[in-house]
Design a protein around this ligand. Sequence first.
Ligand SMILES: Cc1cc2nc3c(=O)[nH]c(=O)nc-3n(C[C@H](O)[C@H](O)[C@H](O)COP(=O)(O)OP(=O)(O)OC[C@H]3O[C@@H](n4cnc5c(N)ncnc54)[C@H](O)[C@@H]3O)c2cc1C
Length: 413
Amino acid sequence: MERQSAEVAVIGAGVIGLSVALRLAAEGREVVVIDPEPPGSGASYGNAGVVADYAVLPVGTPAVLASLPRLMFDRTSPLALRGAAIPALAPWLLRFLRQSLPAPARRNAAALAGLLGPAVAAWEAMAEEVGGTDLLRPSGSLYAYESAASMQATARELAWRRDLGVAIEMLGPAEAAALEPRLPPLAGAAHFPQTRALADPGLMLSLVAEAAAERGATFLRAGAERLVRSAGGVTVEGTGLRLHARRAVVAAGAHARSLARSAGDRIPLETERGYHLEWDMAVPPLGRPVCPVARGFYLCPMAGRLRAAGTVELGGLSAPPSPHRLALIERGARAIFPDLPAPARSWMGFRPSLPDSLPAVGPSRGGAEVIHAFGHGHIGMTLAPLTAEAVADMVADRPPRPEFGPCAPARFG
Ligand SMILES: Cc1cc2nc3c(=O)[nH]c(=O)nc-3n(C[C@H](O)[C@H](O)[C@H](O)COP(=O)(O)OP(=O)(O)OC[C@H]3O[C@@H](n4cnc5c(N)ncnc54)[C@H](O)[C@@H]3O)c2cc1C
């Protein structure tokens, strides 16, 4: 047993927990971050590192609904469903299907647009605070269309994004080639000029962890197993762990469901597994993250390497990685850059996903001594600094931010 009490216990040291810890410590609060793994080693380590201001559309939309059967059962599609996981996933899938209908999808998109508007500015502020400005590149990002058909297929989605305030420049083949000369000829591209890209998500997170520690946060290597409400707060319990806090913030990413349950909340959290492959190289062949849209992954120029990250696999937390998914990404990357050598390393991570593509950020239904901050799905990197500000307001009992209203955990009843 190490510590026995703290003002705030933050459970989980991913991008969400670390950003929350930094914000709270900067406000002078006594913070203990609890995680059995080193900080920043979960989903937050291996993602595409895009501060995706344009990600205003939920995963579930009418267009996705229409193509779901084809996407799920075609082994070459960027979306896969592991057969063995179907029974456990069924309740989540049903909710996801309902959220993909026109009215809920429109509502979720509007909520996402409200959340994402200030995301780039919030990242710039956090990067500066931790000395990581150089790692946050103002590069923009690109949706690359390899065929006129794939461009046409997403025209309505792009118009929807634009209606929600996203800045988009449509590029013809020559303009796309001028921006990214190493790409093969394209039918066209959509350029998101305001997007920022993390040159090294892992390194950025180590800076956030260090800055939190410099401001007084401490780190406990332990796994939380349950939350027990007690006089004046909550006790976080686990093997060799019993820590009493005035407030506990659940930021355990895809692993948060049972902790939330112990606090009295049934939150339909599942995981969308994603993968990456990396090739070490001094100068990657791209100037910005590029998503060959039909392939469902990003090619990201990062410090000293090219990372191909993405695809979605509904397959739960315990099954081993699927070699087939990695092979799919490798094949796709080679279709773009035929001269790539064998990849240097591969990775699988767990997006924490809720059926409406909105995170659960807010007090537990059982009482505000437990605050949830998980379920950020595809945009946890993007939303981390804003989530941290919203949580800091809750801990300080300041008025809630209206844009986080749709994220209330209580929406799941
Ligand atoms: C392939 C891929 C590409 C992506 N690309 C992007 C992108 O470009 N832009 C973007 O914004 N997002 C992206 N994402 C999503 C993003 O990575 C996630 O939304 C985000 O990392 C979630 O952060 P988190 O802190 O909630 O979870 P995590 O980073 O997974 O952290 C959770 C932490 O909780 C800890 N934990 C778990 N259980 C317990 C417990 N019982 N007790 C204590 N600690 C516990 C874990 O060890 C872990 O450290 C991508 C994801 C993937 C998989």
